[in-house]
Design a binder for this molecule. Sequence first.
Ligand code: ADP
Length: 498
Amino acid sequence: MTEPATKQQWQQRARELRYPTGHFLDGEQIAGGAERFSVINPATGTPLCEVAAGSATDIDRAVASGLRAFKSGIWRRMAPRDRMAVLQRMAQLIQANADRFALLDCLCMGKPVNDMLNIDVPSAAQNFSYFGELCDKIEGAVTSTAADALHYILREPLGVVGCIVPWNYPLLMSAWKVAPALAAGNSVLLKPAEQSPLSGLLLAQLFVEAGGPPGVFNVVNGLGPTAGAALALHNDVAKIAFTGSTTIGKQMLVYAGQSNMKRVSLECGGKSPQIFLADLEDIDRAVTYAINGIYGNMGEVCNAGSRLLIDKRIAGDFIERFVKQGRNAYRAGDPLDPATNLGPLVTGKQQKRVLDYIERGKREGAKLEFGGDTPDLPGTYVNPTLYSGVTSKMTIAREEIFGPVASAIEVDGLEEALAVANDSIYGLAASVWTRDLRKAHTAVRDLEAGVIWVNCFDHGDMTQPFGGYKQSGQGRDKCLECLLGYTQTKSAWIHLGS
Ligand code: ADP
């Protein structure tokens, strides 16, 4: 359990931390083969560990293990309340291992340790308790049919579900997929992102410690184009649950078509607009949300509020306040320091990508209000950046940057704001700030996005379906609908005679 600790204590814990670097198969950590890939700590630029690079054979073996467990019925036919108890214990174990999870993700991808403790770990635990709670609430139906027949509908698990997850919330994104898949009675094969391969192994270990049967939850580490592709192309995998880039999301659909038409759920990129209308109630509150909506988690968030669509009547004032408050709100530092709220970007490659976009913004004529540079630290940091004078045709307003870069676009009233907001291939999330009820509901009706916030941003709980319109994906995470996405219906038509 986590006691409040100082930066020095966290650094000491990081030095003492021991963890497996292979795969998790049939209830055990295994070393994996000689083929390895390096994980670099982005806060220091130094190598952290070498992790097993799973091959198609490793994927085959793990899928076979999951399928064996599935067919044996050891999990799917367990009494739902017993499955529930396992998942509830798992939620407790996640919380009890908060320190370890915090360190593992922090060291791999640079997330501030306090974000892990306050957001990722409790939210991951909540996924297991929420979906665990639903185990015995997955119901079929008896339909109204003629008297000579009884027709009922069963909801059954799918089989082996492959979960392919990204590096921005390694533990939490795994929990979003693994928890509902397990709650519905499936076997799971998790393929973590190669930048953050460690916390998934601990998660699978805890499932077994919680009483989950071996083989039901396996993990194969490895690179996307090899291990990821082998999993998504596998003929014995019933569904791929994916979060990642839109490019690879589309590839998942191709893999499904090239193999067994497996189900695919996708949560991909975003370019979320926040609309600030002239009549909003509290400009300082709105500015605070705008700042946190784009700079939290270093901007490495699929629903990051990266486009600020500000009514021209308040734009000057809004931007002035944003600059004043925002330029110092996020301070780069060692992610192991509880005072740090801005860690490095995940890799040098990502840092270069973000800096290239910043350069592009300058070239295309946007006005740099602050940031645009890197702090004097050894890691792959980028300072929080704000551009004003952005138009919706500029690259920084169109493409997902996945970094701490906000683009302020002036708009003239709601109608124009909605047109600009929807002028995107993405549609993950959006918000509108107004005191006018009619405008708020009009925005909810007309915004093309899966998640809409009114007078807030990034609020929600487990009941909220999370997922995108357009090229932000298909399918929903969290919520009951998500759980049902890991089931299929079976119709039983019983002839009774007259
Ligand atoms: P990002 O660009 O943010 O790293 P990706 O979409 O490339 O996001 O990665 C998300 C997940 O998809 C990771 O687990 C990664 O290993 C996996 N992945 C990447 N490329 C492929 C691929 N060609 N086939 C299957 N999985 C892949």
